[in-house]
Design a protein around this ligand. Structure first.
Ligand code: SAH
Length: 345
């Protein structure tokens, strides 16, 4: 029988077949599966209840391709940024954001990004490759261990708001979420997971067809196509109308929560006219919340955050019109861990 080289592609049953085929016992499969998905071993040598000989055999037959922690930074506000190195020497980043009630991991889905949104640091990096489902899973496992170490509590939430566009790495992102939510692994509720997209209408609909149970965030950032084209090139092929339609389809199929993200850029999208147009879009989508995001300055990018007066007036305009709006203050700025600052510095 032929097995995938990547041991994490094997189901428990396939692992059982493998151990029988090499003349060993079936329960080794359960032990190995636990090392992979419960104890999150990142090397065969860690699987210490298997004999040395067996570990060497696994090492010869399979790859694990785990990511390794390369560097950890702690922000004065408690945010932790971790840099990871892949087996083929790429760097990626993940963040733990502690609040009173939550420990949220922000994870990456790609190395770099192909979308080049004009205000985002990651968008200036070239997209090197997609992350595999196990690399995405590893980030969660490692960030979880680090959260326990630093805060005495594991992760309560996960957001796909790190580097990359998750819906352009659709298959592996969904597979990683399947593992994160599997009872024989993390068993996290999908309601605690949010995938954020710059807006790929076709893939938003596909999420609906696949009846996913996690939440979706759309990075809207501008309330008309002229402005959105200027700051997010993806809007030229995925305009606001197509996104509204896709989100309605997604909601009809899944009833999962939708949030809109709106980063306030000084003099670009922060006028009351913008707020008015945003309120109109809000009415046309079954949106739970609009998160108004404070912009984080990125070296070499000529956008600035809105001043406090504009921010307050913008949010007040929406709140007065019964829009469920929240301001998301930036976290981890001092270590470039905030939204749009992840660029492997
Ligand atoms: N590609 C996905 C996932 C990245 S999420 C998406 O676009 O949704 C990262 C979020 O931070 C997005 O909403 C992004 O638009 C926003 N962002 C990017 N640069 C930022 C910056 N400098 N300050 C604040 N938010 C930023």
């Amino acid at each position: 029988m032929n097995y995938p080289k990547n041991i994490r592609e094997l189901s428990l049953d396939q692992l059982k077949d493998y151990f029988i085929a090499i003349g060993d016992k079936k329960f080794r499969a359960i032990q190995t599966y636990e090392w992979l998905w419960k104890k999150n071993a990142r090397d065969f040598s860690e699987m210490t209840n298997l004999s040395l000989e067996l570990r060497q055999k696994l090492e010869a037959d399979f790859d694990l391709n785990s990511i390794r922690t390369d560097f950890i930074q702690n922000s004065t506000d408690g945010t932790v940024k971790m840099r990871f190195r892949t087996f083929d020497n790429h760097l990626l980043e993940g963040v733990i954001i502690p609040t009173e009630k939550r420990f949220t991991a922000c994870v990456s889905s790609q190395i770099g990004c192909s979308l080049s949104c004009s205000f985002c640091a990651t968008g200036r990096m070239e997209r090197k490759r997609n992350l595999s489902f196990e690399e995405i899973y590893d980030q969660v496992a490692i960030l979880n261990e680090q959260a326990i170490k630093t805060f005495g509590s594991g992760l309560t939430n996960i957001v796909f708001m790190g580097m990359g566009e998750p819906l352009l790495n659709y298959k592996d992102v969904l597979k990683a979420i399947e593992r994160i939510t599997a009872p024989d692994s993390f068993g996290m509720s999908p309601k605690r997971i949010t995938v954020s997209t710059a807006g790929v209408a076709k893939m938003i609909k596909k999420l609906g067809d696949d009846a996913v149970r996690f939440n979706l965030a759309l990075s809207l950032h501008a309330a008309n196509d002229v402005k959105r084209n200027e700051i997010m090139a993806i809007n030229e092929t995925n305009n606001i109308k197509s996104l509204i339609e896709a989100l309605n389809y997604f909601y009809a199929k899944t009833k999962s929560a939708i949030t809109l993200e709106y980063v306030l850029l000084n003099g670009v999208n922060d006028s009351l006219q913008d707020a008015k147009e945003l309120a109109e879009i809000y009415k046309r989508i079954p949106v739970h919340t609009i998160n108004v995001i404070e912009y984080n300055t990125v070296e070499g990018i000529a956008f600035h955050k809105s001043d406090e007066n504009h921010t307050e007036a913008f949010v007040k305009y929406l709140a007065d019109r019964k829009v469920n709006v929240h301001i998301r203050r930036s976290r981890g700025k001092d270590i470039d861990a905030a939204c749009g600052q992840l660029a492997n510095k």
